[in-house]
Design a protein around this ligand. Structure first.
Ligand SMILES: [Zn+2]
Ligand SMILES: [Zn+2]
Length: 96
């Protein structure tokens, strides 16, 4: 991420924006964002400047993105399960 890390009081070494969910490793789209000085690492500069409606929209977007990720992972888990089932089935046939 393209953000200059501001020195932070511990233990907020790893920050996460409570509005958009961006983190040290995964910041806002260019031009990026940073942690506003003087605060905890709970809201990034990009979100700190937004008005409440824009914040809400951004949060909704972040939730959508998270859901998408969860669904992708579920699909991956399901395909792994199917693979396991096939292997178990094969094993059962060979054993009998
Ligand atoms: Zn943010
Ligand atoms: Zn951000």
């Amino acid at each position: 991420m393209s953000r200059t890390r501001t020195p932070s009081p511990q233990p907020y070494e790893i920050g996460m924006c409570r509005v958009c969910g961006c983190t040290d490793d995964d910041g806002c789209p260019p031009p990026g964002c940073w942690w506003p000085p003087g605060g905890l690492h709970t809201i990034c500069s990009a979100c700190a400047e937004l008005d409440p409606a824009a914040k809400a929209a951004r949060r909704a977007q972040a939730i959508d993105a998270l859901w998408q990720r969860i669904e992708d992972q579920q699909e991956a888990v399901l395909s792994l399960k199917a693979r396991r089932d096939r292997l178990v089935e094969l094993e059962r046939r060979e054993a009998s």
